[in-house]
Design a protein around this ligand. Sequence first.
Ligand code: MBD
Ligand code: FE
Length: 288
Amino acid sequence: MTTVPTEPTAAAAGANATAHFTSDKNPYEAVKDVPPSRVDTLAKRVLSAIHDTIREEKVTYEEYNALKAWLIQVGEDGEWPLFLDVWVEHVVEEVATEHREGSKGTIEGPYYVPDAPECAVNGVGTIPMRDDEQGTRLTWTGTVTATDGTPLENAKVELWHADNDGFYSQFEPSQPQWNLRGTFSVGEGGRFEITTIQPAPYQIPTDGSCGKLIAAAGWHAWRPAHLHVKVSAPGYELLTAQLYFPGDEHNDDDIASAVKPELILDPKPVGDGTATVDYGFVLDPAKG
Ligand code: MBD
Ligand code: FE
């Protein structure tokens, strides 16, 4: 994926998120393998939830047509990834990970890009950032272990997050390609030490269809500041998580319902305007 939007608009970010998702053929291949009985069950249940809502709320033709127009617009804006990841993914994640004994995870969201540059030597490194990158410097130490306590020396931590203005590289035009995106292979004992900046709270685009829904319903568009991670090791389940900062006013009302108490960091100010934080990960062995 090399397309970078030319404007910081909802349609530009949406088109890019859609292009990233569609460039991954796996979801499309998987569709062929879903047995008809499963499609029948799921499609009927979703439709019947819609039918119940229409009957109980006495939905009018005006409202039905407004829905039709809005759904068409979501596609035209490329905002299906945003819509689904904000309002649906958290329940999929809950179901997918309920068997786990290791670290809690949460949703991936629409802005992950695979294969970010390796940044660590012996587990220690700094994420790519601009010379004048704004935001509190954060030095983050931790360890990746298995649920039985074994340190996982083959683990890697992929980290991506927004800048101090709440924008993600590759989905908005002003940042270098891999800005605030990096892969950190851990060192001895599964240890890592990552230097980055603390991101800002993120407002989902207000000028697209998701923004229209938010405004029409009288909701707010904010997610708390967050760091995204994928933690992986051969033979272990992939952990996708986000880490949050204490005191963020949106930790309690995240529009994407993706905050869990276990995911809130405890950073300590160092005194020179930087902060340190210790937070590690425990991975579940892969089944089968
Ligand atoms: C984000 O940055 C995000 O993480 C999610 C889940 C949805 C929209 C924007
Ligand atoms: Fe995010």
